[in-house]
Design a protein around this ligand. Structure first.
Ligand code: PMP
Length: 360
């Protein structure tokens, strides 16, 4: 039908082929409306069914109760949530943040506009190559913020930290990739463009009781209360992105849910880490603490940096793209989100071995 490369890109990222096929049909006509999903009103019956159906499905896949949680579909990316969260909840108080990488740094920077940030722990001195587990929490903090998976540095929290204050997470790069007790989160947010769909919509899943505590004197578009009350239809939502998130969620359910995806995600990551660990004189995996290694973003360097171009070219010759590390850290990164096929991970593992042997 079309040419498909192995897309290791960190986001926007690979989507399941059946979703692309359904979406292309939806671009022609949605349901029997006689209109494209690109053309239809966000106030139409057809769209409302998609909109609320997607929210309901998301909670079901996360294992959360619709009586307890609201789902918001917002614009502005996860980056807007860095500011919106403290704007709604900090109110001059203190929040605890765990600093595990570039994105948590940006989240803290935005929070400081609205109150005090206590850095409960940081792995900055170790180049963010591990997840700090010993947290200095503030009694009475408004919330504790973590980044469940650090997309750039390639670490993930193996277990959620214990805390008594509301736990808040940036789950942009591992939402629905592994089984977590999502009810531990009072609020979580995620840009859709990795595990959930295309760029353009950010999902916020928040306890209804927490929304009641949000500031009430904010500009409407920045207020969780306003969006929650309006069911994310206060203004025109990112209709097309939400539609595709709905298709991805249906695909996840067809695969057997998060547990089934996690099993494959672990196989993919293990295949690549094993190949890297076999050749320590050729590759340096940037995350040494094995329990903290991300199953979504595998980060590594070549010991001999003069071979970087050769490595990328060889990968491209094998239809593997998107392996360059984030521009802030260099090196390489293989992102293997839910839709990334196991055979692609096995192909990369083969290539890593072949490349390492060639250099000897
Ligand atoms: N948080 C994490 C963990 C991310 O990986 C990213 C983007 N890659 C962001 C936040 C920023 O997301 P956005 O571009 O949607 O603002």
């Amino acid at each position: 039908m079309m040419r498909r490369v192995y897309n290791f890109g960190a986001g926007p990222a690979i989507l399941p082929v059946p979703v692309l096929q359904q979406a292309s049909q939806g671009v022609l006509e949605i349901g029997s409306s006689g209109m494209s999903i690109l053309e239809i009103s966000h106030r139409s019956k057809e769209y409302e069914a998609i909109h609320f159906g997607t929210a309901e499905r998301l909670l079901r896949v996360l294992g959360l109760d619709a009586d307890d949680y609201d789902v918001l579909f917002l614009g502005g990316g996860a980056s807007l949530q860095f500011a919106m969260l403290p704007m709604n909840f900090l109110n001059g108080g203190v929040a605890d943040y765990v600093h595990t990488g570039e994105w948590s740094g940006k989240a803290m920077k935005e929070a400081r506009h609205f109150g005090s940030v206590n850095v409960a722990a940081s792995s900055e001195e170790g180049n963010f190559s591990f997840i700090p587990k010993d947290l200095k929490l503030t009694p009475g903090a408004k919330y504790l913020h973590i980044t469940t998976n650090n997309t750039i540095e390639g670490t993930e929290w193996p277990e959620l930290p214990a805390c008594t204050v509301p736990l808040v997470a940036d789950a942009s790069s591992d939402i629905l990739a592994r089984k977590l007790d999502y009810s531990r989160f009072t609020l979580l947010y995620a840009g859709a463009q990795k595990n959930l769909g295309p760029a353009g919509v950010t999902l916020v899943v928040v306890r209804k009781s927490f929304v009641q505590e949000a500031a009430s004197d904010l500009p409407a578009m920045l207020s969780y209360r306003v969006h929650a009350k309006a069911g994310s239809l206060y203004n025109t939502p990112p209709v097309v992105a939400i539609y595709i998130v709905g298709l991805v969620l249906a695909w996840i359910e067809e695969q057997g849910g998060v547990g089934a995806l996690e099993a494959v995600n672990r196989q993919k990551a293990q295949a690549v880490y094993e190949a890297l660990d076999e050749f320590p004189d050729v590759y340096e995996p940037t995350v040494k603490a094995k329990e903290d290694r991300s199953i979504m973003n595998v980060t590594f360097r070549l010991r001999d940096t003069s071979r970087e171009q050769e490595f990328l070219q060889g990968a491209a010759d094998r239809q593997m793209v998107g392996l360059k590390g984030h521009r802030s850290v260099g090196g390489f990164r293989a992102s293997m989100y839910n839709a990334f096929p196991l055979e692609g991970a096995l192909a990369l593992a083969d290539y890593l071995r072949e490349f390492a042997r060639k250099g000897k």
